[in-house]
Write a protein that binds this ligand. Structure first.
Ligand code: NDP
Length: 451
């Protein structure tokens, strides 16, 4: 049977674009459909604009620090509109880069929605049908809002980059990556920021001491974090949004942002009809090789809801190409993934948290928390944390957790050691780089806890 293409990719985000261009560079005949903008969540409405907003928000604190170092700086106002114009110009540039990468590798692109018709056929929004030997689902995910009265008045991370003006105050709902990162961003940009999280501590799933310190530091900086608190209802009141919370508070906010999780983009894709199985959240079910139950259909990235991170989607895309087009079946390694959370202060983490590790085996915990030189000199009270979770039996570092400015940069490098199976003694025999914050990671002598 002959097909229009060897590979048809649905979705032009990190995973889809990587798979498409690498396969095409190998001489595979590839097409890709994207209904929105090329680059996907990461480039258009996620990591990239978020990080640029983190940078923008950090300058507010730098003026006071610079003055403490002797500079005669005066704080001025933040001009959202000029930043936003520049931000979107940068996103346009990056989208262009993505489009060029596809074009220059010979991938045919369709700027429209595609849905599945059968195991080898997709239908585009214009009604045309395309056949392919293999189909890769890479549609990503989208934010979800809880079902409560007035929820439609709120925004999500999709809209936050497009505000006409910055609100005077904002309520952020949720305690995950997105909620905590945007609480820091908004506060840094001068917006009075309140955060409601329904659980006992933000950032569920991460090391407890790490979560505790970040929450403390967020409060210390002036973010009004309410734990054990959720939103009940909201409605319009003049120019403001009236919000009733589970703690009995009734308050008015300019803006309410929901960061209450994300869902895979699998609605109305025809997947059920074709026999592709999906889980409870609508995620495409795949095996270790990213293959669905329909042999010609694979899926990578957030649409599979495995580890929802850009570099993971890229690796899944690469492994798919190895497996299907290079005759080299390759599983994606989802173990020991280093990651950063761009809260203020930042978190860098790899491996198991203390609580998770202690459930598995006897451990030793090495940790130190201190005021870093640069900020301390400037009169800031903020503390950083360096922490290693070590197996008593093998001496391997099971987890490394850092809360500090630049923790994301640090954990990338510590992640190499942890991935290689470094022991505590390997860390110990590495000479400290002085004077740095990260030197503490190789100078911790005695465990603070042992289980
Ligand atoms: P998360 O799943 O991390 O967090 C969702 C938050 O919303 C949780 O605190 C959850 O509470 C809460 N929540 C869920 N439903 C409700 C509800 N009905 N009412 C109130 N609160 C609710 O999702 P995010 O949207 O923050 O991020 C999605 C994913 O994107 C992350 O898991 C991550 O993989 C990725 N990401 C990565 C980043 C990075 O690498 N720096 C940055 C941003 C996103 P509870 O804990 O109680 O369930």
């Amino acid at each position: 049977m002959s097909f229009d293409y060897d590979l048809f990719v649905i979705g032009g985000g990190s995973g889809g674009v990587r798979a498409a261009r690498v396969a095409a560079a190998d001489g595979v005949k590839v097409a890709l459909a994207e209904e929105d903008r090329y680059g996907g969540t990461c480039v258009i409405r996620g990591c990239v604009p978020k990080k640029l907003m983190v940078f923008a928000s950090e300058y507010s604190g730098m003026v006071d620090d610079a003055r403490a170092y002797g500079w005669d700086f005066q704080a001025g106002d933040f001009d959202w509109s000029s930043f936003k114009t520049k931000l979107h110009a940068e996103l346009d540039r990056l989208e262009g880069v993505y489009r060029n990468i596809l074009a220059s590798n010979g991938v045919e692109t369709f700027d429209q929605r595609a849905r599945m018709v059968d195991a080898h056929t997709v239908e585009l929004a214009d009604g045309s049908k395309k056949t392919a030997k293999h189909i890769l689902l890479a549609m990503g995910g989208r934010p979800v809002m809880p079902d409560l009265p007035g929820a439609e008045l709120g925004i999500t991370s999709n809209e936050i980059f497009h505000l006409d003006k910055l609100p005077e105050d904002i309520l952020i709902i949720g305690g995950g990556y997105i909620a905590c990162e945007f609480a820091g961003i908004m506060h840094g940009l001068g917006v009075k920021t309140t955060q409601y999280y329904r659980g006992a501590q933000i950032l569920r799933g991460f090391d407890d001491e790490t979560r505790g310190l970040v929450c403390e530091e967020m409060c210390q900086r002036g973010i009004d974090v309410h734990l054990g608190t959720n939103i009940l209802e909201m409605c319009k009141e003049g120019d403001k949004i009236w919000v009733k919370a589970t703690n009995g508070d009734e308050r008015l906010f300019d803006q309410v942002m929901f960061a209450t999780g994300r869902r895979p983009n699998t609605d109305n894709m025809g997947l059920e009809d074709v026999g592709v199985a999906m889980g409870r959240k609508g995620e495409v079910t795949v095996d270790d090789y990213s293959q669905t139950g329909v042999p010609s259909i694979f899926a990578v990235g957030d649409v599979t809801d495995r580890v929802n991170l850009t570099p993971v989607a890229i690796r899944e895309g690469m492994a798919f190409v190895e497996t299907v087009f290079r005759g080299n079946p390759t599983k994606v390694d989802h173990e020991l993934i280093p990651t950063a959370i761009f809260t203020q202060p930042e978190i860098g983490t790899v491996g198991l948290g203390e609580e998770e590790a202690a459930e598995q085996e006897p451990i030793e915990v090495y940790a130190t928390s201190f005021k870093p030189m640069q900020q301390s000199f400037a009169g800031r009270a903020e503390r950083v944390l360096m922490k290693l979770v070590v197996s008593k039996a093998t001496r391997k570092v099971l987890g490394c957790h850092i809360v500090a400015p630049g923790a994301g940069e640090m954990i990338q490098l510590a992640g190499v050691a942890v991935k290689m199976g470094a022991t505590k003694e390997d860390f110990d025999r590495t000479v400290a780089v002085h004077p740095t914050m990260s030197e503490e990671i190789v100078t911790m002598k005695a465990p603070v806890r042992s289980t």
